[in-house]
Design a protein around this ligand. Structure first.
Ligand code: TTP
Ligand code: MG
Length: 388
């Protein structure tokens, strides 16, 4: 499956927020930064950048370059609040979102084109929602990996949407200065300059073994980046140890049929949450609390991880069959643990059979997202009182 990563980065973030909240600042050179002699520029509006003002520059220098600029202190609490709103929007587009900073994040949208829009359309939708709901502009980069996606969002700034498709890596990279590679600072750039390497294209053409003699271990990774190769996964920041759901009944249950109906509903909820998080798990646990409050848990570990409702359900059903029920049941719970990440990234650990089903589940999940979790249910399931 083709990997697709989107990198989102807000344009002149702090300055854009202040311009949004104070229309008098629109179209003007706005510089946000610290006070005092040692204060530095946090960011500058694009109008101020025309004067040469840049992030991390001493404020005194900025004032010299742009005396007519409007200088403001940062309002970090406000930016954090808006950052949370941005990330909430991003979370709606992929279960695999890796926040990098207040104003930027990676999204892995691989495979989503099978069920929703293609990656470029997803990027366009994200930009539109950020503009419509927050009144701010973001730049998006769409590419087969993180390095290229981050580069792409920068190449389109401001309000950009820059796409690097597989096969276009060399064309985009070749003429860029070597410092655009991650991990190339002044020291590495100086060594490379001795080898007459100025551009990413120069580096890409080198023999990686020769390079390693000068640069050591880092050489191979740099050479890969220069050739547009980057296997690093997008890592979602919410990294749960387990995903579970339980339900307490108004009246204790005495019939296994009834319990199974509830277990199916719980399995569907757990499966959906796993898929939304982009994870799958190997250990399935059934929890039973009896009328007397005595509680037991029973687990099974599967040969391979799953995020599929019917495998989760089949497992808890089997566990229930082998569990003695000497009294009425007050609560049932289903939990999946021993999680591994990255279904949408690689699909690697999902066996072929599961992979096919995953496509079907993905379509169902889309409906659930649009119409609410209860809309899609299997036939024959009794209505349940859920506790969420
Ligand atoms: P950036 O995304 O690097 O910059 P930006 O959003 O202001 O501008 P653009 O992306 O369009 O080039 O950083 C995001 C915010 O982080 C920025 O608005 C202010 C803050 N910041 C600092 O406080 N100090 C810094 O040195 C940098 C680079 C950013
Ligand atoms: Mg930014």
């Amino acid at each position: 499956m083709q990997r697709w990563i989107i990198h989102i980065d807000m344009d002149a973030f702090y300055a854009a927020v202040e311009q949004r909240d104070n229309p008098e600042l629109k179209g003007k050179p706005v510089i946000i930064g610290g006070a005092g002699n040692r204060g530095v520029v946090s960011t500058a509006s694009y109008e101020a950048r025309k004067f040469g003002v840049r992030s991390a520059m001493p404020m005194v220098q900025a004032r010299r370059l742009c005396p007519q600029g409007i200088y403001l202190f940062p309002d970090h609490r406000k930016y954090a609040r808006i950052s949370a709103q941005i990330h909430a929007i991003l979370d709606a587009f992929s279960p695999l979102v890796e926040p990098l900073a207040l104003d930027e994040a990676f999204l892995d949208v691989s495979g989503m084109e099978l069920i929703a829009a293609d990656p470029v359309a997803i990027a366009r939708q994200i930009k539109r929602r950020i503009r419509d709901e927050l009144g701010l502009t973001a730049s998006a980069g769409v590419a087969p990996n993180k390095f290229l996606a981050k580069l792409a969002s920068d190449l389109g700034k401001p309000d950009g949407l820059f796409v690097i498709r597989p096969g276009e890596e060399q064309k985009v990279l070749a003429a860029l200065p070597i410092k655009r590679l991650w991990g190339v600072g002044d020291a590495t750039a100086a060594i490379l300059a001795q080898l007459r390497i100025q551009t990413i294209g120069d580096l890409a053409r080198m023999n990686p073994e020769n390079l390693a003699r000068r640069l050591g271990k880092a050489a191979y990774e740099l050479w890969q980046l220069a050739n547009g190769i980057d296997h690093r996964p997008v890592i979602a920041d919410n990294d749960p140890k387990s995903v579970g759901k339980e339900l307490t009944f108004e009246h204790d249950l005495h019939y296994r049929e009834e319990m199974l109906a509830h277990l199916l509903a719980l399995s569907e909820k757990v499966g959906w949450r796993l898929r939304r998080l982009g994870v799958a798990g190997r250990t399935i646990t059934l929890k039973v609390r009896f009328g007397s409050f005595r509680t037991i848990t029973r687990s099974r570990t599967l040969p391979e991880p799953t995020c599929l409702d019917d495998i989760i359900y089949a497992t808890v059903r089997e566990i229930l069959t082998q569990t003695a029920l000497p009294e009425g049941v007050r609560l049932l719970g289903v939990t999946v643990s021993h999680l591994s990440a990255g279904i949408s990234q690689t699909g690697l650990f999902i066996a072929e059979e599961q992979g096919k089903k995953l496509a079907v589940y993905s379509a169902i999940d889309k409906l659930k997202e649009r119409f609410g979790e209860s809309i899609v249910r299997r036939g024959g399931l009794v209505k349940t009182d859920t506790d969420d």
